[in-house]
Design a protein around this ligand. Structure first.
Ligand code: ZN
Length: 483
């Protein structure tokens, strides 16, 4: 991005919004708000700062100095504080890097609870794809993406990777919500709600990539649904667009046992082998799920540098009778992030919940309580996700020079008091609802648990409206879905 553009955006958006938060969270009074708006500097002071650098630094009573859209400095408890800056009092809070959700379909929050408790292919082919064909339009995607953005911001997620339709409308929602997202052209090998074919999807796709190239929070990236829905040539074309723009690329891979046979039939190769053959296993490619992998597949992914998005709750709910080999993937040096998948298969977008499940799932499947310790899981949710998306120079940790994506959790609550080990609390005890304040790109977007960027009540009203429309279209044939 252009540095100047980011600073302007942060000042224009951040200064105004800061006021409401500082008035209630800081004792320095209204004058400080004016200083913040003018100066663009903010000191988040007095919390337990969980840096997530390689050394695993934690500063008790530390501070984060934010300057415009960047983290300018991390100060330990004893370091002198700069004078003349606005202060956000973080006493009693955990100050952590914004959480990264590496896989999802944001607008599907409008289909949450529509069809549950069935196998993946039945769920997709008999419920989700037909419902989408009938219902998904630009408005659906705009309001659905906004709805998910609110849910994610309020539970501490500051970046999400999205794979859906009507990219321009999804992008508009992301920008309005003030969240960071990776999204863009998405090919699937049958007529989609937005485009009739992969060729049509890709026809002006470079325009999208160019339009958002230097955007402060929207990272343009491409996606192909999977090798079981999309031809290898079309997957290659979407990948090519990502490579040409040095952008992330997402694809579902090895989620279901049937995929290997389908891929072999269509391409003569297994899923990962086929992706390797087109050069897809490069850094910035995110393989969603990656459950059915052979040892050779893991070697291929490690050699290529691609990342994996682990979505334990979606996998568990869809009854996938195997866990992704996360311990092995990490041992091979593969970047692994966490994802929720769409709200229709999870059914929430709270990454704290996902961390808890990930840690416990692998202890269970490995019959080993030392598998995936809490710090490892929290690293997956932050730096691991940033690495998988190839955005680790921008996000994932609280280090000077990175974008100021920062989350404050109120650790004075009953479920988090007393505190012995920050990672233990973050993974096993904290919930998204413990989040009080969220900054994205230096802008305060959640203050005291409230979203400050959009009118939350209006979004809920719209979501209820879409719910009524979904019932009208789908509910008639399935009475149990009406309530
Ligand atoms: Zn998915």
């Amino acid at each position: 991005m252009s540095h100047a553009a980011g600073q302007t955006a942060a000042r224009a958006g951040g200064g105004l919004l800061l006021a409401g938060v500082l008035l209630s969270a800081c004792s320095t009074g209204p004058d400080a708000d004016d200083t913040a708006a003018e100066d663009g500097r903010l000191l988040i002071d007095g919390g337990t700062v969980v840096v997530m650098d390689d050394a695993g630094t934690v500063h008790e009573g530390g501070a984060v100095l934010v300057e415009a859209d960047r983290i300018a400095a991390i100060l330990d408890g004893d370091a002198p504080r700069p004078a003349g800056v606005a202060v956000l009092d973080a006493t009693g809070h955990l100050v952590i890097p914004g959480i990264v959700n590496t896989h999802g379909h944001a607008a599907m929050s409008l289909l949450r609870g529509l069809a549950d408790d069935m196998p993946l292919m039945t769920w997709l082919n008999e419920h989700i794809f037909p419902a989408e064909a009938e219902l998904v339009d630009p408005e659906f995607v705009y309001w659905g993406t906004l709805l998910s953005s609110i849910e994610m911001l309020k539970s501490g997620t500051t970046t999400f990777a999205d794979m859906y339709y009507f990219r321009d409308d999804a992008a508009r929602a992301v920008v309005d919500a003030g969240i960071r997202a990776v999204m863009g052209p998405h090919v699937i090998g049958f007529p989609a709600p937005d485009f009739a074919s992969p060729a049509a999807t890709l026809a002006d796709a470079a325009g999208f990539m160019e339009r958002y190239r230097d955007h402060p929070t929207l990272v343009p990236g491409t996606a192909a649904h999977s090798l079981y829905t999309t031809s290898l040539d079309d997957v290659r074309a979407a990948l090519r667009l990502a490579i040409d723009h040095d952008a992330p690329f997402q694809i579902h891979a090895a989620e279901d046992a049937s995929e290997f046979a389908t891929a072999t039939e269509l391409t003569g190769m297994g899923v990962v082998e086929a992706l390797e053959s087109i050069g897809a296993l490069r850094p910035g490619t995110v393989l969603a799920h990656s459950i059915y992998l052979s040892d050779e597949d893991i070697e291929r992914i490690a050699a290529g540098g691609a990342g994996v998005s682990h979505n334990p709750q979606s996998n568990l709910k869809l009854g996938i009778p195997r866990a992704a080999p996360v311990v092995e993937l990490l041992a091979a040096g593969i970047p692994v992030g966490l994802g929720t998948d769409g709200a229709a298969s999870n059914n929430d977008l709270d990454l704290f919940d996902e961390m808890d499940t990930a840690a416990k799932l692998h202890k269970f499947t490995n019959a080993d309580p030392t598998a995936l310790p809490a710090e490892t899981v929290f690293r997956m949710a932050t730096m691991g996700g940033a690495r998988a998306l190839n955005l680790h120079d921008r996000i994932g940790s609280l280090e000077p020079g990175k974008r100021a994506d920062i989350v404050l959790l109120d650790a004075r609550r009953a479920g988090l008091t007393p505190l012995y080990n920050v990672y233990s609390h973050l993974v096993y005890a904290a919930r998204g609802s413990d989040v009080s304040t969220v900054l994205v790109n230096g802008r305060v977007v959640v203050g005291n648990g409230r979203v400050l960027t959009v009118d939350e009540a209006e979004v809920m009203e719209r979501a209820r409206g879409f719910g009524a429309r979904v019932r009208e279209v789908i509910g008639g044939s399935e009475p149990e879905l009406r309530r």
